[in-house]
Design a binder for this molecule. Structure first.
Ligand SMILES: *Cc1c(COP(=O)(O)O)cnc(C)c1O
Length: 421
């Protein structure tokens, strides 16, 4: 059973709330956050949680009350963070400073830029030359100054799955590091921008430190070049991407990672006093979650066994989208014969599977748990096949609290209009 959820009977939880059901351990999130936070010691830093990993408001409240900032990639995520902040303030639990929000993303629209400027976010992570003029002109219109950082693409191989690698030349993210000086110099001539930082994000689910080191060396060289051009920064943002263990991956120790960042920065006179920003998503919430699903039926097609479950690719798309491997266990010991199953959903797509060739002992109505489903799981879910999205509960010790109700089918068509022509 997953660490942190051992005080809870997952089988009983599934019976109580129905399946598919996402359950998250609060303790796991708190511990993961602390493992990064404490590694910084007294060094000025902000941990900007990558909101897209899991953007449930209660999860955001947990993180903001721990002192996290947020890395957002859309106006919708901005509004989610502001709503979570409003709830924590209203409950008298925490006052959040919107300066802890940084805005990444390759295609920020004018409307999103305006929303972010009005909210007073801490930094725009610029990903394209054209974005500089967009942000400057919107800031001028509002008569305020926009804090900016340039997301450079250091052209390093993150050695992760190509679909979640973002720091290579051929990726759409950021600007080539070779062009950075010129872009900073141009930004410095504009009236309503404050250059405050430099950032990168090289990929997701990284299991080795070396790509970070390669990227950081390049960023530090750039900081030296910028300083000689009289461009001085306030922060350096190394991005996110720290991996978790789905199967038998080696893990990066947060302490080792942050110690290495600190010591490399200490050797550069223009970087040693900069605030450090990191943007972990998966590493903060991935381990915290499980997806519970009930076996609807089992079937055999010419020697191949299938366990058809009530969760599908609309609930959890990582296996279909990235060919991601996620551990699947029966929540109860079983006396059934162990067989090799493909665990599949009921959706009419051959890519609708949660796991292939898994040795499991099970029968219909058993509850299975897909582990490490706290990140990029519910947040990527959809309503394909008119399937209402799952219920989400938060586990604190041995108690469960609903943090998102199961959707109703009626809500799925509530916005649709009668045929009039
Ligand atoms: C998605 C994303 C992250 C977080 O990645 P993880 O692998 O979840 O840590 C950080 N920064 C940016 C810009 C992102 O797009």
């Amino acid at each position: 059973m997953p660490l942190y959820l051992e005080k809870i009977e997952l089988n009983a939880l599934a019976k109580q709330y129905g399946t598919p059901l996402y359950a998250y351990s609060k303790l796991s999130i708190v511990e993961a956050f602390k493992s990064f936070d404490e590694a910084f010691g007294t060094r000025a830093h902000t941990i900007c949680y990558a909101t897209k990993a899991n953007s449930n408001l209660a999860i955001l409240q947990i993180l903001l009350e721990l002192g996290a900032g947020f890395d957002i990639v859309s106006g919708g995520e901005l509004q989610r963070v502001l709503e979570a902040a409003k709830r924590s303030a209203h409950q008298g639990r925490h006052i959040f400073n919107p300066k802890k929000i940084i805005f990444s993303g390759v295609g920020k629209t004018y409307a999103e830029i305006k929303l972010a400027l009005q909210a007073g976010i801490g930094c725009f992570n610029i990903e394209a030359f054209a974005e500089i003029d967009m942000i400057n002109s919107m800031a001028a219109e509002l008569d305020i100054r926009a804090p900016i950082s340039l997301r450079v693409n250091p052209n390093v191989d993150a050695k992760t799955h190509p679909y979640i690698s973002t720091g290579l030349k051929e990726n759409k993210f950021g600007v080539p590091i070779e062009e950075a000086l010129e872009i900073y110099q141009y930004a410095a001539t504009l009236s309503h921008l404050d250059i405050i930082g430099l950032d990168c994000h090289i990929g997701s689910q990284l299991t080795e430190i070396s790509p970070y080191n390669d990227a950081l060396d390049k960023l530090l060289d750039l900081i030296t070049i910028l300083a000689s051009a009289n461009i001085f920064l306030k922060h350096l943002d190394i991005g996110g991407g720290i991996g978790i263990r789905y199967n038998d991956e080696t893990l990066i120790d947060p302490k080792d990672w942050i110690d290495t960042i600190k010591s490399k920065m200490a050797q550069n006179q223009h970087a040693k006093n900069l605030e450090i920003i990191i943007e972990p998503g998966r590493a903060l919430v991935g381990d915290a979650g499980v997806l519970l699903t009930t076996v609807t039926l089992t079937k055999e097609n010419e020697g191949k066994y299938f366990a058809v479950v009530d969760a599908a690719m609309n609930d959890l798309i990582r296996p279909s989208l990235y060919d991601a491997w996620m551990r699947i266990v029966n929540t109860k010991p079983s006396n059934e014969i162990k067989r090799i199953y493909d665990v599949v959903g009921p959706i009419c797509e051959s890519t609708d599977f949660l796991g292939k060739n898994r040795e499991l002992a099970l029968k219909s109505e058993d509850v299975l748990a897909v582990l490490q489903a706290g990140a990029y799981s519910f947040s990527m879910s959809s309503n394909y096949n008119s399937r209402p999205r799952a219920c989400e509960v938060l586990i604190d010790e041995d108690k469960a609290y609903i943090i998102r109700e199961r959707e109703s089918v009626e809500s799925l068509f509530a916005l649709e209009k009668e045929l009039l022509v």
